[in-house]
Design a protein around this ligand. Structure first.
Ligand code: CA
Length: 229
């Protein structure tokens, strides 16, 4: 199995799409091309890509609609939106619809490439098994232990810990937490209960050698505590 990141390129301009596909492949991406919004939507929902480049001006189904439908269907991959020059409204709409970044046409390939790599770095999940401090976290068996003792975690606490671990040393915002929870259904409470869950998780992690730091106005950060003397 190849480790090349897979990318969906939704672009109806055939010349641009061909040139981009060739450059992206040379940069190590496995590229699938969608020439219109209907194909883009179909492929996004059918296949797990690592990321997508989505032109907003697409025939059949416009890019914004594709993005909204994909997000509604819990497609969480990073999406970089391509917009025409001077269409600020498009950019704002794109970001509101769940785009992670945008680029205005025309653009330079190195800039596109740099942004794609940044998106990949941000979205890369923690490995299935994570050992950090005295915490051991196994995504496959959904089992977490501290110094060998099982941690009892509710689904929301589990999602929260998983998110914090996957973004270790980076701030996790309340929006990201709410999004992760939206995938779980049930439990209720919404964003207002985030502080409650953070508090509970902190208590459960008390002897793990890990600390959840509050970054005022931004969110939370999982850090390893300095080793005790
Ligand atoms: Ca277009």
């Amino acid at each position: 199995m190849s480790n090349a990141p897979t990318l969906l390129l939704a672009e109806d301009d055939a010349t641009l799409a061909d040139a981009l596909s060739a450059q992206l492949r040379r940069s190590g991406f496995e590229v699938e091309h969608a020439p219109n919004g209907a194909v883009a939507e179909y492929l996004l929902l059918k296949q797990p890509f690592d990321l997508a480049i989505l032109d907003l001006g697409l025939p059949m189904v416009d890019g914004l609609t594709v993005l909204q439908r994909a997000r509604a269907a819990r497609c969480t991959i990073p999406v970089l939106v391509l917009t025409a020059l001077d269409s600020l409204d498009d950019r704002v709409a794109g970001l509101n619809a769940g785009a992670d970044d945008y680029l205005t046409k025309p653009f330079d390939f190195p800039e596109l490439e740099a942004r794609l790599h940044a998106l990949l770095r941000r979205s890369r999940p923690a490995p299935a098994g994570t050992e950090l401090g005295r915490l051991s976290f196994d995504r496959d068996t959904r089992r977490a232990t501290v110094s060998g003792e099982a941690l009892e975690l509710s689904p929301r606490e589990w999602s929260l810990l998983e998110l914090l671990l996957s973004q270790r040393d980076r701030v996790v915002t309340k929006d990201q937490i709410a999004q992760a929870w939206a995938g779980d259904g049930g439990e209720g409470g919404g964003t207002s209960s985030i502080e409650v869950y953070i508090h509970r998780l902190r208590r459960k992690l008390e002897n793990s050698g890990l600390a959840i730091r509050t970054v005022r106005g931004l969110g939370y950060l999982l850090e390893a505590e300095p080793a005790r003397p």
